[in-house]
Design a protein around this ligand. Structure first.
Ligand code: ADP
Ligand code: RBF
Ligand code: MG
Length: 235
């Protein structure tokens, strides 16, 4: 390539690739192919969770121009099912209740989609449609062993709604899941995510999905659905 190695940026998902890039005197960003194995990639200059977190401007390159107001639009995905019991930690410890969906019903969708903080619209079969912000992943602060789906509906409810059919259209990405030095800083960050989602969902690019039939017409009351059939229904 006839380029000075110090002017090269390598993006690599394997340990040998990271090692090779550093041995060549290049800058290296690691995107580990296996989550939770970041220790093996410590020789990289930066470790990111997924390509959604690539920020070219950190490396003197032009920024991506598809981010809007702190959010990245994604091809929407559609998941739903009855609200199940979570850890009972969101409301009690954080003051942020999350209406959990059974992750095992969406294992194919979840393995396609990276962990992180996302937002979109939530339909509750007996109540209406609400703005929503959620995390998907292992909640690093609590170091969970299971990947969970944690949607926080941006609305004050007078009662719980366990068992009710919840439909989600996820339209954008905010940030990777992170660990925090204190519970207060985790709570503060989740409220910030809530403000970002609240504002972004008024943008036409995201607001239009509020009309998705998937949110309003449960295909089979109480049954879990996900992915392609739902997407076809929307189109
Ligand atoms: P936690 O989220 O506190 O770990 P659970 O997941 O078991 O515990 O319980 C949270 C429950 O709170 C949800 O299942 C839902 O019924 C209720 N809830 C009340 N308000 C909200 C809200 N704004 N967003 C999500 N869930 C809510
Ligand atoms: N947990 C984390 O450990 N790290 C996070 O960065 C994180 N971000 C979250 C963002 C949002 C918008 C929501 C709703 C939750 C987030 N959580 C995060 C999950 C939170 O810890 C979880 O909902 C509670 O532990 C309840 O099980
Ligand atoms: Mg919960």
């Amino acid at each position: 390539m006839n380029a000075d190695p110090s002017n090269c940026l390598v993006i690599e998902d394997s340990v040998p690739g990271v090692t090779a890039g550093k041995a060549a005197g290049m800058h290296v960003i690691a995107v580990p192919s296996v989550p939770k194995r970041t220790d093996e990639f410590s020789s990289a200059d930066e470790i990111i969770n997924s390509l959604l977190d690539l920020r070219p401007e950190k490396w003197g390159l032009p920024p991506f121009n598809d981010w809007i107001e702190g959010t990245l639009p994604i091809d929407p995905w559609f998941i739903g099912g009855p609200v199940i019991k979570g850890f009972g930690r969101g409301s009690k410890v954080l003051g942020i209740p999350t209406a959990n969906l059974a992750a095992e019903n969406f294992s194919d969708i979840l393995s396609d989609h990276t962990s992180g903080v996302y937002f979109g619209w939530a339909g509750l079969s007996k109540r209406g449609i609400y703005k929503m912000v959620m995390s998907i992943g292992w909640n690093p602060y609590f170091d969970n062993t299971e990947k969970t789906i944690e949607p926080w509906l941006l609305h004050g409810f007078d009662e719980d709604f366990y068992g009710e059919e919840l439909r989600l259209v996820i339209v954008g990405y905010i940030r990777p899941e992170a660990n925090f030095p204190s519970l207060e800083s985790l709570i503060e960050r989740i409220h910030e995510d809530g403000r970002i989602a609240e504002n972004a969902l008024d943008l036409p690019e995201y607001a239009k999905y509020k009309e998705s039939p998937y949110l309003r017409n449960p295909l089979q009351e109480g049954a879990a659905t996900g992915g392609n059939e739902a997407e076809q229904e929307f189109i």
